[in-house]
Design a protein around this ligand. Structure first.
Ligand SMILES: [Mn+2]
Length: 249
């Protein structure tokens, strides 16, 4: 069985991704897939993007990469200066969804929703919205399978969960590496286990992992930066509690 680490929503938090990169080295990981939102919110977007790119075998586009790729100077931050031209071009080229067989199940991974990078689905959303998550993506695809997904993994909401619904379909969220908002101020990621690429039914596993990192260091780096909504970000990093006055995850 292969072990595939899924990381998401790193959001410019360098101490968090550095701790996770160290942890992945001792976890016998065969493949790392990043589900996007490497940048934004935290103070070290460029360096964090570089680490994600270095440790990941595949990177999927998040809503921040989509938005900043199209609007590099939205007003509060000059992303041309923050990221530089090469990284800005890179984030525009990222695929929006990927898919593969794992022990006979068809797995799709994307940042937020199969049809819309900016649509947010929670564990508490209506059943019909959760079922939409298994539809064949209308977003850009790296694959051309004509089946609905059996297993869907996504990021975006910064809160890890798993649910088995409607005839054994599995929906899970990886949580966030750099901006966990599920009341636990630790990096959150998932290890998928199974026979990668195999259509033969077999055993598989989905493991939720939390990694300690230096939240005080992350808060201090934010304090000495000029990121927008600095106080809210620092509170979130220290407590793992989402500040409701912030409108973008
Ligand atoms: Mn995010």
């Amino acid at each position: 069985m292969e072990r595939i680490a899924l990381i998401s929503d790193i959001h410019g938090n360098l101490p968090a991704i550095q701790s996770v990169a160290q942890e992945l080295k001792v976890q016998n990981i065969d493949k790392v897939i990043c589900l996007g939102d490497m940048i934004g919110k935290g103070p070290n977007s460029a360096e964090t993007l570089d680490v994600c790119r270095e440790i990941s075998d595949m990177v999927i586009m998040g809503n921040w990469e989509k938005f900043i790729g199209n609007n590099p100077t939205p007003g509060d931050v000059n992303w041309v200066e923050v990221l530089g031209k090469e990284r800005l071009e890179y984030i525009k080229t990222l695929p929006e969804t990927i898919g593969f067989y794992l022990s006979g199940k068809y797995v799709r991974l994307f940042h937020a929703h199969p049809h819309d990078l900016f649509k947010r689905v929670f564990s508490t959303s209506p059943l019909e919205e959760r079922l939409e998550m298994f539809e064949i993506p209308k977003l850009g695809r790296e694959e051309c399978e004509t089946c609905e997904s059996d297993i869907v993994g996504y990021g975006d909401i910064h809160g890890a969960f798993i649910e088995t619904i409607n005839g054994g379909k599995t929906l899970f969220n990886t949580g966030s590496i750099g901006n966990a908002c599920d009341y636990l101020p630790m990096a959150s990621y998932v290890i998928l286990e199974g026979n990668y690429g195999s259509k033969e039914p077999g055993n598989f596993g989905i493991q939720f992992c939390r990694v300690e990192y230096d939240t005080i260091k992350a808060a201090n780096q934010a304090f000495h930066s000029n990121i927008p909504q600095k106080e809210a970000y620092i509170q979130e990093v220290k407590t793992g509690v989402y500040c409701i006055d912030r409108n973008k995850q």
